[in-house]
Design a protein around this ligand. Structure first.
Ligand code: MN
Length: 131
């Protein structure tokens, strides 16, 4: 069961559209941002359980934005899952070092994406959920 609020930060329009579609179909409340600046604007009024964070963003990149959010008491409880390009070896390590709670590999696959994401939402810190 879904319904959790999710923010997708991704500058690639195709990936953003696909991620939003797949999550919306699953019943999540989805907001999107194309860069760090827009993400912070959205976060001023939207309180997601999880952020899907593309690492390669124009301007402040996803790693910097993650470090910024994890250093702020207002945001540090939000789960952050990095979206990493398949070919970019080392991105996973960098994502975890920056404070990401996990990572998913791009391109987003319609077959596995919702299930992979649900794994992160099933184990929020200190809470247990039942299906
Ligand atoms: Mn990107």
């Amino acid at each position: 069961m879904a319904g959790e609020a999710i923010l997708v930060v991704e500058d690639n329009p195709t990936n953003l559209k696909l991620a939003k579609l797949l999550l919306t179909v699953e019943g999540y409340e989805v907001r999107t941002a194309v860069d760090a600046e827009e993400a912070l604007k959205v976060l001023a009024t939207f309180h997601p359980q999880l952020i899907l964070m593309d690492l390669q963003l124009p301007g402040k990149n996803g790693l910097d934005l993650t470090m910024y959010l994890k250093a702020d008491p207002k945001f540090k409880e939000i789960l952050i899952v990095a979206l990493t390009a398949y070919a970019m070896k080392g991105d996973e390590e960098r994502a975890l070092a920056a404070g990401c709670d996990g990572y998913m590999t791009k391109p987003v696959s319609a077959a596995t994406f919702p299930m992979e994401l649900a794994k992160y939402l099933q184990k929020p810190r200190g809470l247990s959920r039942q299906e």
